[in-house]
Design a protein around this ligand. Structure first.
Ligand SMILES: [Zn+2]
Length: 268
């Protein structure tokens, strides 16, 4: 009959330990939040990827235009040779009337084509020049971003190193603390945290639950002081334990006290 009460009273003795364990949990939570906020360079990485793809695109367009420029120049050079050859035959080799007419026609069409090529080469020059500047700019951006990314990554590694070392130490500490707290109590604490978040247990030194700022009833305050069972806040369910000064006026018999409260008589 008393077994349950004895167990619960023993659990109360472990509440300060559970509260210490919660201190470790809060610190772990804080460090994980802090770690998540440190720039790991992922933003910079996407900036770099965008710059690299712009550079690749500009380079591809530039190489296409330069290829066309080379083709046109080769065509122009061979047409110029052909023109010189034809001119030589026309003026130096005394061709027949028929041949001379054919050479004239050929010279005309060569001249027309050379004019078209000159226009096209000029257009290619006009497009290649700004593209070369663009490639230079993008290349500079890529280089800068690569440098910045390396810096951010090095900083991240440095900052995370300290946090990770502390986290490892905290996990060891937590394991040690958890071994000293009854599993029933630990489960109750974990369940409260998983439902409501932190805290799972609070010290009470005044008349309020510090988890939800609710005024505690005198019935609750009395039971916290009587230390017979583990108490949980009636409002937020957080585990409570008394850590304030003793208040002997609350230690009277339950029924007596309840009667006294109900009748408004506090002297009893
Ligand atoms: Zn509460």
């Amino acid at each position: 009959m008393r077994t349950h009460d004895v167990d619960e009273a023993a659990l109360i003795e472990e509440l300060p330990k559970l509260h210490e364990l919660q201190g470790i949990d809060l610190r772990i939570g804080l460090l994980l939040d802090e770690r998540a906020q440190i720039d790991d360079g992922s933003g910079k990485t996407s900036d770099l990827q965008r710059a690299e793809s712009r550079l690749a695109e500009a380079n591809a367009r530039l190489s296409d235009l330069r290829g066309r420029q080379v083709d046109r120049r080769l065509e122009r050079d061979s047409l110029q040779e052909r023109r010189e050859r034809n001119q030589h035959r026309l003026w130096q080799e005394m061709p027949s009337q028929h041949e001379a007419e054919a050479l004239q026609l050929d010279l005309q069409s060569t001249a027309t084509r050379l004019d078209a090529i000159a226009v096209e080469l000029l257009d290619l020059d006009n497009r290649i020049e700004p593209l070369e500047h663009q490639v230079e700019d993008e290349q500079r951006t890529v280089n800068e971003l690569q440098g910045e990314l390396a810096e951010v990554r090095a900083q991240f590694a440095g900052q995370v190193k300290g946090i990770d070392a502390e986290l490892r130490a905290l996990h060891v500490q937590r394991k040690e603390h958890a071994a000293q707290v009854n599993a029933i109590l630990l489960d109750r604490y974990e369940m409260i945290r998983s439902r409501r978040g932190d805290p799972g247990v609070v010290r009470v030194t005044d008349d309020v639950c510090t988890a939800c700022r609710t005024q505690l009833t005198s019935y609750m305050l009395r039971h916290l002081q009587l230390r017979q069972r583990v108490q949980q806040c009636e409002n937020c369910n957080t585990i409570l334990f008394w850590a304030g000064e003793a208040r002997p006026q609350l230690w009277h018999d339950d029924q007596e006290q309840r009667d006294a409260v109900e009748s408004g008589d506090d002297d009893d």
